[in-house]
Design a protein around this ligand. Structure first.
Ligand SMILES: Nc1ncnc2c1ncn2[C@@H]1O[C@H](COP(=O)(O)OP(=O)(O)OP(=O)(O)O)[C@@H](O)[C@H]1O
Ligand SMILES: [Mg+2]
Length: 221
């Protein structure tokens, strides 16, 4: 991709990684930090707001992204639990965004963080509880530019036709069940696994049948 975009992502950029659930958004962002931590010894901060640190790291390990001691020091993963703990230190009035900003600024200064990932933007918006979305985004982008880091914001697009998408990206797994027309008169029940964090699952669509009290799947035709 670096070659395809003319050499790579310019330092200091704010980049959106946008996709539906289970499309490797987090793995790509982690992969960028992983490569920078190993080959350039750059420090990356991964703000993990929608899953636990254990779940992200175990999948990355299964994908072969192991870290030596220096690498481990160069990737700081902070999930909501850690950020909450930091909140007590950085905020006196319980303002979530203010505490988060102070925490990140502290790490940028003290640990020389060069790469920042926010996973994900919609969850940050929920946690921030801001009413005015446009000014929230404007302030967030302005603050990120001031940090001097290269930034990756993970953006979520719903894959199902629901009105809201939050439940999809907060869930660890999604099975999609559908009814597909078969000719003029019949319907086939179908199932597929859209995502299953930390499992290398099949994403194919299967026909789903209930026979003799048991569910069976077969290739969907
Ligand atoms: N060991 C593995 N090898 C390859 N693919 C895997 C492995 N483990 C999990 N996966 C796939 O990775 C997907 C999750 O990857 P990742 O968390 O990077 O995606 P995401 O776009 O961030 O998803 P989410 O919407 O859950 O945030 C799983 O749904 C699964 O399809
Ligand atoms: Mg993710």
């Amino acid at each position: 991709m670096d070659r395809e975009i003319g050499g790579g992502i310019p330092k200091g950029s704010i980049v959106l990684l946008s996709g539906t659930p289970g499309t490797y958004k987090s793995s790509m962002a982690f992969g960028i930090l992983h490569k920078a931590a190993i080959s350039e010894r750059s420090v990356g901060l991964y703000l993990l707001l929608e899953q636990s640190m254990g779940s992200l790291l175990s999948q990355q390990e299964k994908m072969g992204r192991t870290l030596d001691e220096v690498g481990k020091k160069n990737i700081i993963v902070s999930d909501v639990g850690r950020i909450r703990a930091a909140m007590d230190k950085f905020s006196t009035d319980g303002d979530w965004m203010e505490a988060l900003r102070s925490y990140v600024e502290y790490l940028v200064e003290q640990r020389h963080v060069e790469l920042l990932v926010i996973d994900s933007l919609p969850v940050l918006e929920i946690l921030a509880g801001e009413e005015d979305r446009r000014s929230f985004l404007f302030n967030l982008f302005e603050w990120m530019r001031g940090l001097g880091t290269t930034n990756f914001l993970i953006h979520e697009k719903p894959s199902l036709n629901g009105e809201y998408g939050e439940e999809e990206f907060l869930s660890d797994g999604i099975f999609q069940l559908t009814l597909s027309p078969m000719g003029e008169v019949d319907l086939q029940r179908r199932i597929r696994c859209i995502k299953m964090r930390s499992m290398p699952h099949n994403t194919s669509m299967f026909a789903l049948e209930m026979k003799d009290g048991k569910f069976r799947i077969s290739p969907a035709i």
